[in-house]
Design a protein around this ligand. Sequence first.
Ligand code: C2E
Ligand code: MG
Ligand code: MG
Ligand code: MG
Length: 286
Amino acid sequence: DVAMYAAKRAGRGHFRVFTPELDTQARDAELRRAVDNDELVVHFQPVVDLHGGERLAVEALVRWNHPTRGLLMPGAFIDLAEETGAVIPIGEWVLRDACRQAAGWRATNPAAEGVWLSVNLSARQVVQADLVPTIRAILDETGFPADHLVLELTESVVLQPDEQTVDRLNALRAMGIGISVDDFGTGYAALSYLRTLPVSVLKMDRSFVTGIDTDPGTYAVAEAVVRLAHAYELYVVAEGIETDAQARCLVEMGCTYGQGYHFARPMPGPAMAEYLLERGSAPVAS
Ligand code: C2E
Ligand code: MG
Ligand code: MG
Ligand code: MG
């Protein structure tokens, strides 16, 4: 890019001007501008009932419609955003936009009323003192019902929560918001938090689904995760289902819900609105 070109032209002696910190700052500034300029886009992927294909939820997934680099996946920017804190305004933007769109589907399609909206929350957001009032304000502003919202947290957040974080999660739960543990199984198998935190959904990581139909060890671990979820009376969603064989293994072991390219890829909001219209009535989630 331009900076590298300038650095090369200036010769080796000037190369150190372009330190990783400066690069991080520049990329962070670009990312924050992207939020302000509405360059972010939310796509949605359905979570379905593995038995009948009915929808349980849709997960909101952020993309960056970059002016020169095209549509960027979160893998290209979310780690940096997490590092710099830009993930806080990004996450707020995503929640607002996703709630606004989903409230629109509900208003125009009765079949969308039973569908949960699942939104990823970063570790940074969860420790914000104003997390609860911020979320409450977004729900008020968009008219999306709290009892149809699920927030997905990664295990790193739920493993060692401080007291205020536990309070915040309890306050969200008391509003009717569901708490989901994302990428379950990739952290450090300390399961005690399942007892102490108001968790309602486990999302079994894709790494347990890949190979579930070919590797007996993977199958056994996935089955243990499903049993564990049921023991704690949690919904369990298998992530990253790409084949019918994987889906069938999950049904066989009693996993009720799944998400993956086999059912549908993440899609823009208008396409999701169409999808919800075409697919009949949704189950009423409680
Ligand atoms: P995640 O929350 O675990 O989301 C699931 C990811 O798996 C998504 O990737 C989705 O597109 C992908 N996926 C779904 N089905 C399949 C499948 O069958 N096969 C494969 N190979 N992949 C599948 P995506 O959209 O690239 O997002 C990656 C991660 O970025 C998310 O993982 C989440 O951790 C993070 N992320 C996305 N949006 C947000 C956001 O708004 N806020 C925060 N904090 N993180 C986000
Ligand atoms: Mg997620
Ligand atoms: Mg996940
Ligand atoms: Mg995952």
